[in-house]
Design a protein around this ligand. Structure first.
Ligand SMILES: O=P(O)(O)OC[C@H]1O[C@H](OP(=O)(O)OP(=O)(O)O)[C@H](O)[C@@H]1O
Ligand SMILES: NC(=O)CC[C@H](N)C(=O)O
Ligand code: SF4
Ligand SMILES: [Mg+2]
Length: 484
């Protein structure tokens, strides 16, 4: 989302950035830009960035500033009406148009939905509700409207917004979803992950702080800390699985964290075996870490079909299972008669493991020792990752041995919570040697890990779901509805 440099074709840069972020959402892609007159033009479509923006966005007007979004649905179904960015207020006249791209999940979205008459809503996402709240809040500037809006919000939101001819970025008070800033020439960029900056040839500057509100205009970047929660709660699953291995979060590179997780796993759950094998893609650095620490040879005995998608972020169970079936192939001599340590970053519904274990058994594997670089996932996520209700979670209500028996492996080991904390802490500061207590305290101070242990949530999401807002704060209802 560059701004301020005429030599850049912003539309092409946004397309590049969205391609780099494709692993965060595969369902739809969209872009919104200012045209010559300061009006917002936008286009969204179902599918991958390559499919939606075959023309690199050049059917949209040339522009100095724009935003883009790839969607992984966590609220509302996977359909074009729910594709971001959301543009609201185009027809209002008395309100500025707002275009908003949202990563996260507003826990009380359904309660806030009641602020708006059904017929005024075009989608079933809370991202649209958020855009409408900003549109109708009473303040004159977007900054004032944000100050009125955010106290009503419970949940995760990393936002980029077009309004008043400017670009804005904001991160929720807990910093649950990532958002960082970069520069290219005289232009500024705010993006979910630094891998998008790399793809654009931009320089990483820093993270947007939790609760920070940033304005980018012709005078540059202006930052303001609007709010700060008692503690930070960055989603630890970003480190484990969600983010790209080349990205950095604060001072830690994701790749290094995953490698350190593999070393922790080797220390906590050693085993005699012939080969260490990753479940591609996301667990590759962890498997390398395990192999290096254990001295067992590393092998890519399981090969991912290069055209297959991420399976976990597919919107329904049938699609997830179909994709797993298409995803893997095997190098027979590396499997047959071998004792394998299979490393995956996480075991959620068990779709991947159930299919993989039976495929490996069919190919004559001797022993399967499964190692997970996430601790057992026993609770749902309400904050933007589709970790479902407990009934669907393979580790919920089962002991580790019961999970091992259920999946059909010879042994199973999960990294501990303290091992997880230590892996991140030592990737950030390599000369630290935190003990278990210090590593747990670090995890608890900096991260959300609520899907692993309920006390890891920043607040109780079930209670927060009912948190409401004063309708009067957001709009004089009659005017707003007429306007829209
Ligand atoms: O237990 P499950 O419900 O199957 O979910 C966990 C699996 O899904 C993810 O991989 P995914 O295929 O999404 O992407 P990847 O190629 O980046 O590893 C994750 O890395 C695990 O392999
Ligand atoms: N992955 C996301 O950030 C999803 C945003 C929003 N909750 C949606 O479902 O569209
Ligand atoms: S509950 Fe788990 S997946 Fe959800 S935000 Fe917290 S750590 Fe991330
Ligand atoms: Mg995987």
């Amino acid at each position: 989302m560059p701004k301020g440099d005429d030599s850049l074709d912003v539309r092409r840069y946004i397309t590049l950035a969205l391609t780099a972020l494709q692993h965060r959402g595969q369902e739809s892609a969209g872009m919104a830009v200012y045209d010559d007159h300061g009006q917002v033009a936008h286009r969204v479509g179902m599918g991958k960035v390559r499919e939606v923006f075959q023309d690199s966005g050049t059917s949209l007007p040339e522009t100095y500033c724009g935003i883009g979004h790839v969607r992984y649905s966590t609220t509302g179904s996977s359909c074009v009406e729910n594709a971001g960015p959301f543009v609201v207020g185009e027809r209002s006249g008395q309100y500025d148009t707002i275009a908003l791209a949202h990563n996260g999940n507003i826990v009380n979205g359904n309660t806030l939905r009641d602020l708006f008459p059904k017929e005024t809503l075009r989608s079933t996402t809370e991202s649209e509700i958020l855009a409408l709240m900003l549109l109708y809040a009473q303040g004159k500037t977007l900054r004032e409207r944000m100050i009125e809006t955010f106290p009503a919000l419970r949940g995760s939101y990393s936002l980029v917004i077009l309004a008043e001819g400017k670009l804005y970025a904001m991160r929720d008070p807990w910093g649950m979803r990532p958002l960082c800033i970069g520069r290219i020439g005289n232009s500024w960029i705010a993006t979910s992950e630094s891998c998008a900056l790399d793809r654009m040839g931009a320089t990483y500057i820093r993270e947007v702080e939790p609760g920070e509100f940033i304005t980018f205009d012709e005078d540059g970047m202006h930052s303001e800390l609007l709010v700060k929660a008692q503690k930070t709660s960055l989603c630890v699953f970003e480190h484990i699985y969600f983010s790209d291995a080349t990205s950095r979060l604060n001072d830690a590179y994701i790749y290094n964290v995953r490698e350190a997780l593999g070393r922790e796993l080797a220390r906590e759950h050693p085993v005699d075996a012939d080969l260490v094998v990753p479940v591609p893609d996301s667990s590759i650095p962890a498997a390398l870490g395990y192999a290096n620490a254990s001295g067992i040879a590393y092998s890519q005995a399981i090969i991912k079909n290069r055209y297959s998608d991420r399976t976990f972020i597919k919107p329904d169970q049938r699609l997830r299972q179909l994709e797993v079936d298409l995803k893997f192939n095997f190098v027979q001599p590396k499997v047959e008669g071998k004792r394998l340590v299979i490393v995956d970053d996480s075991i959620v519904r068990g779709n991947t493991m159930k299919r993989l274990v039976s495929a490996l058994r069919n190919r004559g594997v001797k022993e399967i020792h499964l190692r997970s670089s996430a601790p057992p996932l026993r609770h749902p996520c309400y904050f933007g990752i589709d970790i479902p209700q407990e009934e669907e979670l393979i580790a919920a209500g089962r002991t580790v041995q019961e999970v091992a028996d259920y999946i059909g492996v010879d042994s199973l080991g999960y990294v501990s919570l303290s091992g997880l904390g230590r892996a991140i802490q030592t990737a950030e500061t390599p000369n630290l040697h935190p003990d278990d207590k210090e590593a747990l305290a670090f995890l608890n101070k900096e991260f959300c890990y609520g899907c692993m242990e309920k006390q890891g949530w920043p607040f109780d999401p079930i209670a927060a779901a009912n948190h409401g807002a004063q309708p009067a704060t957001f709009f004089p209802r009659d005017t707003a509805i007429k306007g829209q």
